[in-house]
Write a protein that binds this ligand. Structure first.
Ligand code: BES
Ligand code: ZN
Length: 633
C-alpha cells in the first residue's frame, strides 16, 4: 500500500473503467504498466488556475483528432472527438479553448449538443461548456485561428531548404488550447490518436507512435499520417510538426528527423543519443515510451528543446559541431521520467518537472562524459542561480520552488530545483537517493504530482521518521520559502579553477593571447566570458575578439555570451554578428536578453534594436515576440 496515494483523494468516475484500487498497485521491480485512465488529484494544491476545466465533474480521457493543415489559410481544421468520464449527475463538461472557431458540437450519434463559449481571457482563452445530455463521447468540428499561439507557420524562406513551408506546435504551458479543444491542464492526462492530412510532398510527425511513416493517400495532392499515444499524457505534450522531413536512425530505438539540408549535421551532433537513453535507464529505471526520436526544427523554434513524448523537439542552435551542447538532449530525455511520467499537476509546481530534470540531466552527463564535464555544467547552473537570486532578491516570491505568485521566476526553478536534489543526494548518499528516485518514478508513473505530495512521498520513503535527518534537510524551507537554504550543496569548486586564474590574469592586465581559450571546453569558455568584468575598454574587447574569433563563433552559447558583453560595451564591430545571429534564429533565451542589452544602451543601442527587430520580428514565434515586445518599444 502506498500511504501517500491514499492520503490524498483521487477521483473515480461512474464511467471510468479503472477502479481506484487498481490504481494503487504496490511498488514492484518491473515498471508499473501505464493505466488507460490516469487519476486526477483533488486537493486544493492540485487545482489548476490556468484551466477552466472542472474535472471532478467531467473530464476528458481520450482525444481523437482528424485535422487537415492548410498552409495558405494558416489553419488546422477538422474534428476532435473526446471521450468523457463524468459523475452520474454531471450535466456538462467544460473545455479550454483559445481563438478556436467552433463549428458544431455533436454526440457519438451525430446529435447536436448545446454548447456555449464563455468570455475570453488574454491568458486562459475561453471556456467551452458542452451540455452532455448523457453523452460520453463528443465531437467538435473546428478550426484553429491563423494566429494560434501554439502554432508557427513558417514560410519557405524561414526553412533550411527554402522550398517548402513548415509548421510546428509548442504546447507548454497553456498554448495547446489554441489548436485542440480539450481540458488543457497538466493534471488531466489523456490518451490520444490523430489523423493529419498535409499537402504533398510534406510529411507530418507527432509526439506518439507513428502508424503510417510514409503516409497514406488522401484527397488529391495530400497525404494522411496517423498517430497514437496509448499512455495517458498531459495535454501540453501533444505536438505536431509538418514539413519536408527526412529521418536518420541513430540506434535501435533512437533517430532524428530534420529537413534534408539539416539532417547530416543534426545526426552527427546526436550520435550519442542511444547511449544516453541507456544511461538514463541505468540511473532511474526503464524508458517507458517505446522510441526516443528527435526532430531538429527550423531556427525559429522559440525554445532550446521541448520534451514531447517519443519525439523531442530541438532548436538547431544546439548544433555546435562538437557535441558540446548536447546536455540539451540529456535534459529533454530526462523529462521522459520527470515531467512526462510524473508530471506537475499545476504550473506553480513546474520545479517538479524542470528542477528534477536539470538534476537528472547532470547525472546523465556525469555518467556518460565523466565528472569533470558534469561538474563544470553544474557550476554554470549554480552561477546562473546565484545571478538570479541576486537580481530578484533573496526574499522575492519568484525565488521559491513552489511558485504560485504568478510572477516570472526567471527560470530559477531549474537551477534551485537541481540544487535541492543535489543537496538531498549529498545528505543521504548517492546510492540511497538514486534508489529513492527510481522508486518515486515507479510509484507515481503516469500520474500528476504536487509539491505537497512529493514531500509526503519523500518523508514516507526516504526520511522514514529519522528526526535528525528531517531537521537537517530543511525540506519545507527548500520548497516553500524564497532564497537559498543554508544546507545547499555546492558543485565541485575546483571545476573552473584554471579558468578563474586566467580571468584574474587577464583582469590584472595580462594579454588575451596568454589565455588558453582555444584549448578549453565550451563550459570553460562560457565561464571565462561570463566571469569577465561587465565593463571593458574597446581595445580589450578587440583583443578578445581577435584572439578567440568570438564574433565568428559557430557555437550559439559562446556567441551569445560574447555578444552580451560586447553590446553592453557598445562595441561596434560586434554589431554585424549580432544582426546575423538575431536574424538567423528565434530562440527566446538568446533573443530577448540581447534586445534587452541593446535597449539598455541608450542612443547607441536603441536604434540598432528597433531597426533589427523590425526585420526580425516577422520571423519569430509568438513566445519570443511576446517577450521582446515588452522590451523593444
Ligand atoms: N520544457 C522546457 C521548455 C519549456 C519550458 C516550454 C516552459 C514552455 C514553458 C524544456 O525542457 C526546457 O527546459 N528547455 C530548455 C533547455 C534546457 C537545457 C534548460 C530551453 O529551451 O532552453
Ligand atoms: Zn526542461
Amino acid at each position: 500500500m502506498r500511504p501517500s496515494i491514499l492520503a490524498l483523494p483521487i477521483l473515480a468516475y461512474a464511467a471510468a473503467c479503472t477502479p481506484a484500487a487498481e490504481q494503487a498497485q504496490p511498488q514492484t521491480a518491473a515498471a508499473t504498466p501505464a493505466p488507460t485512465v490516469a487519476p486526477i488529484l483533488t486537493g486544493e494544491d492540485a487545482r489548476d488556475a490556468s484551466s477552466y476545466a472542472r474535472p471532478a465533474e467531467a473530464r476528458v480521457t481520450h482525444v481523437a483528432l482528424d485535422l487537415a493543415a492548410d498552409f495558405a489559410a494558416r489553419r488546422l481544421s477538422g474534428t476532435a472527438t473526446l471521450d468523457v468520464a463524468a459523475t452520474r449527475d454531471a450535466k456538462q463538461i467544460v473545455l479550454d479553448t483559445k481563438g478556436l472557431e467552433i463549428r458544431t458540437v455533436t454526440d457519438d450519434r451525430g446529435r447536436a449538443l448545446p454548447h456555449a463559449l464563455g468570455a475570453a481571457d488574454a491568458d486562459r482563452g475561453a471556456p467551452l461548456t458542452v451540455q452532455l445530455q448523457g453523452a460520453r463521447q463528443i465531437r467538435i468540428a473546428y478550426a484553429s485561428a491563423p494566429g494560434a499561439e501554439a502554432l508557427q507557420w513558417l514560410s519557405p524562406a524561414q526553412t533550411a531548404g527554402k522550398v517548402h513551408p513548415f509548421l510546428f506546435s509548442q504546447g507548454q504551458a497553456i498554448l495547446n488550447r489554441t489548436w485542440i479543444p480539450t481540458q488543457d491542464s497538466p493534471g488531466i492526462r489523456q490518451t490520444w490518436e490523430a489523423r493529419i492530412v498535409v499537402p504533398e510532398p510534406l510529411s507530418a510527425v507527432m509526439s506518439g507512435e507513428r502508424l503510417t511513416p510514409e503516409g497514406e493517400p488522401a484527397a488529391t495532392g495530400t497525404r494522411a499520417f496517423r498517430f497514437r499515444m496509448d499512455k495517458p499524457v498531459a495535454p501540453y505534450l501533444i505536438a505536431i510538426a509538418v514539413g519536408d522531413l527526412t529521418f536518420q536512425p541513430l540506434g535501435p530505438r533512437t533517430g532524428v528527423y530534420a529537413e534534408p539540408a539539416t539532417l547530416p549535421a543534426a545526426a552527427a551532433e546526436l550520435v550519442d543519443t542511444e547511449k544516453m537513453v541507456e544511461t538514463a535507464e541505468g540511473l532511474y529505471g526503464p524508458y517507458r515510451w517505446g522510441r526516443y526520436d528527435m526532430i531538429v526544427l527550423p531556427p525559429a523554434f522559440p525554445y532550446g528543446g521541448m520534451e514531447n513524448p517519443t519525439l523531442t523537439f530541438l532548436t538547431p542552435t544546439f548544433i555546435a559541431g562538437d557535441r558540446s551542447l548536447n546536455g540539451l538532449v540529456a535534459h529533454e530525455l530526462a523529462h521522459s521520467w520527470s515531467g512526462n511520467l510524473v508530471t506537475n499537476a499545476v504550473w506553480a509546481d513546474s520545479w517538479l518537472n524542470e528542477g528534477f530534470t536539470s538534476y537528472f540531466e547532470n547525472r546523465i552527463m556525469e555518467a556518460l562524459y565523466g565528472p569533470r564535464r558534469a561538474a563544470q555544467e553544474a557550476w554554470l547552473s549554480w552561477a546562473d542561480m546565484e545571478k538570479a537570486l541576486k537580481e530578484l532578491g533573496p526574499d522575492a516570491a519568484g525565488t521559491r520552488l513552489h511558485d504560485d505568485s504568478g510572477a516570472d521566476s526567471g527560470g530559477i526553478v531549474y537551477d534551485k530545483g537541481a540544487t535541492f536534489l543535489r543537496t538531498l543526494e549529498r545528505s543521504v548518499g548517492r546510492a540511497r537517493f538514486d534508489a529513492y528516485l527510481t522508486s518515486y518514478f515507479d510509484r507515481h508513473a503516469f500520474q500528476p504530482m504536487t509539491s505537497a505530495r512529493f514531500l509526503a512521498d519523500l518523508r514516507a520513503n526516504l526520511v522514514r521518521g529519522d528526526q535528525a535527518l528531517e531537521r537537517s534537510l530543511l525540506l519545507d524551507q527548500w520548497v516553500y520559502q524564497p532564497g537559498l537554504p543554508a544546507n545547499a550543496a555546492r558543485p565541485d569548486a575546483t571545476a573552473f579553477a584554471p579558468v578563474d586564474s586566467a580571468v584574474a590574469a587577464f583582469n590584472a592586465g595580462g594579454a588575451a593571447a596568454r589565455v588558453p581559450y582555444g584549448g578549453w571546453t565550451t563550459a570553460e569558455r562560457l565561464r571565462f566570458l561570463n566571469a569577465l568584468p561587465r565593463t571593458l575598454p574597446q581595445p580589450r574587447l578587440a583583443e578578445l575578439d581577435r584572439n578567440f574569433k568570438l564574433s565568428d563563433s559557430g557555437n550559439a552559447e559562446t556567441l551569445f555570451a560574447w555578444l552580451q558583453l560586447a553590446l553592453a560595451n557598445r562595441y561596434e564591430p560586434a554589431v554585424p554578428a549580432a544582426e546575423r545571429f538575431l536574424l538567423a534564429m528565434g530562440r527566446r533565451k538568446f533573443v530577448a536578453p540581447l534586445f534587452e542589452t541593446l535597449m539598455g544602451q541608450g542612443d547607441w543601442g536603441q536604434p540598432i534594436a528597433r531597426r533589427l527587430y523590425a526585420r526580425a520580428r516577422p520571423m519569430y514565434h509568438a513566445v519570443t515576440t511576446s517577450a521582446v515586445d515588452k522590451v523593444v518599444k
